[in-house]
Design a protein around this ligand. Structure first.
Ligand code: HEC
Ligand code: HEC
Length: 266
């Protein structure tokens, strides 16, 4: 067990005190799957309430932008997403719960943001949208919303296997000045306090997420970059193979958790 030395290191580095921790009261049962717990379970009651109500959830500002883009004709083919997939997007039900997914043409994994951009480029003749732009966040949130409540169900076998293994290795490799792996916080020390935060299992079922501290919606790659920076490691570029492989591994840790995008976190 490396738990105690790790906490001592973190305590010195961050100046936090270890504390006993208990689950906040509230409806958390629907945000768990066996021993897997969504970040929702760790969120404060007022943050959960904000997420629970689509009218107060700020993520829906982006959902509305995504919905508008879904039906907007763009590019040389004169098409919109709706032209092929239907105005109500019902065809997208359950789709995002399976991403990242192996793409035969690309010969590697693509995540949902990349799939959306491939659709724009290849099917519409339109320009790809920038990572963290309102447009890509909006379309991602809108497409993922169609899977809300569906269990995360990513494939980790077949052609996805080698990429999943790379993601797992990334997750377990120590890096940065603090020499910590993702696993050191989110597997070995979840449910413990790290400064003012209770460490969660680091699940990805709620992304894109509206973070109160970001004051905007953000992708799971933005979160990965922030976690890398916290341990003073060099963040990987948005959309890099390293992060997409990592994203599959993280999603697989949360198999069965309900998609809750767009979630709200501190
Ligand atoms: C020093 C401890 C630490 C390390 C190492 C760390 N994280 Fe985090 N991570 C946090 C904290 C703190 C948060 C915010 C509170 C929480 O959800 O735990 C967080 C949040 C997350 C979340 C969002 C969870 C949610 O419900 O919104 C994900 C996903 C995540 N981390 C993934 C990773 C990955 C992948 C790595 C490795 C690249 C990593 N983390 C490394 C501390 C860490
Ligand atoms: C010209 C028709 C056309 C347009 C326009 C189009 N798509 Fe598609 N899309 C398809 C077809 C056909 C497939 C399934 C075969 C494939 O993957 O190419 C697909 C596949 C997808 C998938 C993957 C489904 C899965 O099960 O993995 C997603 C997600 C998607 N489209 C989203 C979009 C979005 C978002 C837009 C607008 C930015 C869009 N599409 C525009 C025809 C289109």
């Amino acid at each position: 067990m490396r738990v105690l030395p790790l906490l001592a290191t973190l305590a010195v580095t961050f100046g936090f005190a270890t504390m006993a921790w208990s689950l906040p009261a509230g409806n958390a049962a629907s945000h768990t799957a066996g021993d897997k717990k969504s970040g929702y379970v760790y969120a404060e009651p007022q943050t959960r309430a904000m997420q629970d109500d689509d009218f107060t959830n700020p993520g829906f500002l982006w959902v509305d932008k995504g919905k508008a883009l879904w039906s907007k004709v763009d590019g040389t083919a004169g098409k919109s997403c709706a032209a092929c997939h239907g105005a109500d997007a019902a065809a997208m039900r359950g789709v995002a719960a399976k991403y990242p997914k192996y793409d035969r043409k690309a010969g590697k994994l693509v995540d949902i943001e990349q799939r959306i951009n491939l659709e724009r480029v290849e099917k519409m003749g339109a320009a790809p949208l920038e990572w963290e732009s309102d447009g890509l966040l909006g379309l991602t949130a809108f497409v993922k919303l169609q899977s809300r409540g569906q269990p995360v169900a990513v494939a980790t076998d077949g052609p996805a296997r080698q990429f999943w293994l790379k993601g797992k290795t990334y997750y377990e490799t120590r890096r940065g000045q603090l020499d910590l792996a993702c696993a050191a916080c989110h597997i070995a020390n979840h449910d413990r306090k790290l400064r003012s935060e209770t460490l969660s299992q680091g699940q990805s079922n709620g992304f894109p997420t509206y973070r109160l501290s970001w004051e905007t919606l953000g992708s799971v790659h933005r979160r990965f970059r922030e976690c890398n920076s916290q341990i003073r490691a060099e963040p990987e570029p948005y959309g890099s193979d390293d992060y997409v492989n990592l994203e599959l591994y993280v999603a697989s840790r949360g198999q069965g958790l309900p998609v809750e995008s767009p979630s709200v976190r501190k």
